[in-house]
Design a protein around this ligand. Structure first.
Ligand code: ADP
Ligand code: MG
Length: 694
């Protein structure tokens, strides 16, 4: 396996080894300094790289290339171009440096949030050499950023790269004040991805799953997750075969998929890769989500990535494990051994705490989608309230910090921190609190609010930018006075200002909601509640200060997020109306007729017959049918009247009017499902769907 794995891993990736083999020494060196230091690549080298990529890709079976990018909505976008060209009337393959570096997709159909007016609808894609190109199927994929001609970001990668630059710059300034040597600081990310696998046959019988990725109706199966027998349970053979093929697919593409297991709910699973640089982890998570769906198809399965496919069953999230590493091998969130290490650790820890407190709203926004609203705050996922978990010991240690903590005598410093052995607390501290949205787990923070279908770009843009902006303030202060006294003073001041964000208790409890309110923390429950904060002065200023977003770019993102919430919810509402009108209501009526006939026939046969059961059932069904019919009419009315609303007003109208009626409609139909025979019911129920994969 070892050798086999080593040859397999990254075999479809234009990585360092391939570059070495295919490029001249000069081109290789230049490309490396472009990758590592952002140095510009001259066109002759670009031509050589393009040529090498083409040769390598063709030999891997590629006939086309694509500039692969991450638009503001959807998973990823690609437009394929052939390598084919003509020279003196002969067909040849060609791919120039210019084609590698810059593309001009016909991008007018991608959302821009108003950044492009139609007369300049085109944008361009720009090669991101820090993320390796790869071959998939017959195509060479070139990771790119997507911008307007005015240089405004129209994608998720551009601001992510900018936020990494900002973090690098400010962290290096702080490290310099601390006397720590490093040339580069990189945010590192390991995203754990949850998903459901169901049988394709049942999937195709449910229009809600097909159109919305989740069930809009359906009542709990007699067996759900009560037995908790699924979690870490043995993996079923069909799922095992899927996982094996998925791993191989991912490994070929250089995605370091590592752990896989069943999750809490039936049919739910998780995959975690080994952490990588934030940009690459983001590309790899996109590749992973796409591969999950494609590989599932090959096995007659469907992979559901939506956050809450089934009511009453755990939803799927994504845990974004985040830390900062230097090129010299130091994890800035690792406590280290010496008093100097400790000082560095507490300073960076404090920066993260301050950043999360000041930009709670942005963290919430970074995971805000219509479908994640179904999950956040339910008793299975972190609440919509953002807080930081450090564990009691680290919290105590942070508050006990004084100047003596960081004297040369490391023994003394450990003692004066109030803990006998710091390394051991780091070990048992990991993961004790699963209810926290943002938990310190030893040497990284784990943001647990992401929905399973979220791109991780959003959250990392916010984390990197917010922490960079705080480090910038710290650097400004410490560049004036970098004495230990002043560093400790800064830590103490910031910890006491931002301690309200620290919470080690049960994040799922009702008491926390009350307590958080007292502390003045945000509780932005839904997407329409939080989105307007994206364009508050505080947040615009922060993003501008670290050069991640201009005001117009934020306005564009705001408009796009509002729009996708609206579109998503309207599709769900229309699907519900259609399912009810075409199938549920007629099915209930049909069953009622059958009961009514039974009553009549029984009474004809014997006048005094007791028909209590039938009459009761008929009465209940008629009530449910009438109520459901009224709900549908109300919903139809809203779907018409909403057309004269726009933007956030429209989103709020959906939240306040449509969603409550949708919930009522579902309740009525689900109640009918519980008393109607399976044979009459028009759609397969939860039991069939959740236990469809054997
Ligand atoms: P758990 O389920 O206990 O949270 P997993 O092993 O499933 O743990 O996932 C942990 C994730 O965190 C993995 O993707 C791992 O590579 C990543 N990780 C570990 N150390 C770091 C770090 N220093 N920075 C970022 N991510 C990390
Ligand atoms: Mg985890």
């Amino acid at each position: 396996m070892d050798k086999e794995f080593e040859t397999l891993f990254g075999s479809d990736v234009f990585n360092k080894a391939v570059m070495k083999e295919y490029l001249s020494e000069k081109a290789y060196d230049q490309l490396q300094s472009t990758i590592n230091e952002g140095k510009e690549l001259d066109i002759t080298v670009a031509n050589e790289v393009a040529n090498a990529m083409r040769q390598w890709a063709i030999q891997k079976g590629a006939t086309h290339f694509t500039h692969w990018f991450q638009p503001l909505t959807g998973i990823t976008a690609e437009k394929h171009d052939g390598f084919i060209g003509f020279e003196n009337g002969e067909a040849i393959t060609e791919f120039s440096g210019k084609e590698l570096i810059k593309g001009e997709p016909d991008a007018s159909s991608f959302p821009s949030g108003g950044l492009r007016s139609t007369f300049e609808a085109r944008g361009y894609t720009a090669w991101d050499p820090t993320s390796y190109a790869f071959v998939k199927g017959n195509t060479l994929y070139i990771p790119t950023a997507f911008c307007s001609f005015g240089g405004e970001a129209l994608d998720k990668k551009t601001p992510l790269l900018r936020s990494m630059d900002a973090l690098n710059k400010e962290a290096l300034r702080v490290l310099k004040c601390l006397g720590v040597k490093a040339n580069k600081v990189v945010p590192q990310v390991g995203p754990e991805q949850e998903y459901f696998l169901i049988d394709e046959k049942v999937f195709k019988q449910r229009i809600d799953l097909m159109l919305c990725g989740r069930t809009l109706f359906g009542t709990a199966a007699p067996k759900g997750q009560q037995l908790e027998d699924h979690y870490f349970g043995s993996i079923k053979p069909r799922v095992q075969a899927f996982m094996e093929e998925l791993n191989e697919t991912l490994w070929r593409l250089g995605v370091p998929a590592k752990t896989e297991h069943n999750e809490v709910a039936p049919a739910q699973h998780e995959l975690a890769p080994i952490y990588e640089s934030c940009n690459i982890a983001t590309d790899h998570n996109q590749i992973t989500m796409e591969a999950m769906q494609k590989v599932a198809q090959k096995h007659g399965l469907v992979c559901l990535l939506t956050e809450k496919p089934f009511a009453g069953v755990n939803g799927s999230g994504k845990h974004n494990n985040w830390s900062m590493g230097t090129d010299t091998g130091t994890n800035l969130l690792s406590i280290g051994k010496t008093p100097e290490d400790h000082l560095r650790f507490y300073l960076f820890l404090t920066a993260v705490i301050k950043a999360v407190d000041e930009y709670q709203d942005l963290i919430r926004i970074s995971v805000a989608t219509a479908s994640n609203d179904n999950r956040l705050g339910a008793n299975e996922a972190p609440p919509a309230i953002v807080s930081v978990y450090l564990g009691d010991e680290l919290t105590d240690a942070l508050f006990a910090i004084d100047h003596d903590s960081f004297t040369k005598d490391s023994k003394k410093s450990l003692l004066s921190l109030g803990v006998s052995s710091i390394p051991s607390f780091i070990k048992d501290n990991t993961d004790r609190n699963r209810t926290s949205p943002f938990a310190f787990t030893g040497n990284k923070f784990e943001l647990r609010m992401l929905g399973s279908s979220n791109s991780i770009a959003g959250s990392n843009i916010v984390l990197n930018s917010a922490v960079a902006s705080v480090l910038k303030e710290f650097a400004d202060e410490l560049e004036k006075d970098n004495s230990k006294e002043n560093i400790v003073k800064l830590i103490k001041k910031e910890v006491s200002t931002h301690k309200r964000i620290l919470f080690n208790g049960n994040g799922y409890g009702d008491e926390w909601v009350i307590e958080a309110k007292k502390r003045g923390l945000y509780n932005l429950k839904t997407t329409p509640d939080c989105l307007p904060y994206l364009i508050s002065d505080k947040n615009i200023n922060m993003f501008k200060s670290v050069n991640v977003f201009s005001e117009s770019e934020l306005q564009a993102r705001y408009a796009t997020q509002v729009e996708s919430y609206i579109e998503h919810m309207l599709i769900e509402a229309r699907t519900m109306v259609e399912m009810a009108n075409e199938n549920y209501l007629p099915a209930i009526a049909r069953f009622s007729k059958e009961i009514a006939e039974t009553i009549l026939i029984k009474k004809q046969a014997y006048a005094n017959v007791i028909v209590d059961y039938e009459e009761g059932l008929l009465k209940t069904l008629s009530t449910l049918l009438t109520n459901a019919k009224d709900n549908v009419s109300e919903l139809e009315g809203y779907l018409t009247s909403i057309n004269n609303k726009e933007g956030i007003e429209k989103a709020n109208f959906i939240k306040d009017n449509l969603i409550p009626v949708m919930a009522k409609l579902r309740d009525n139909i689900d109640a009918a499902e519980r008393i109607t025979p399976e044979a009459i019911w028009p759609y397969p129920g939860y039991g069939k769907i959740l236990f469809s994969v054997l």
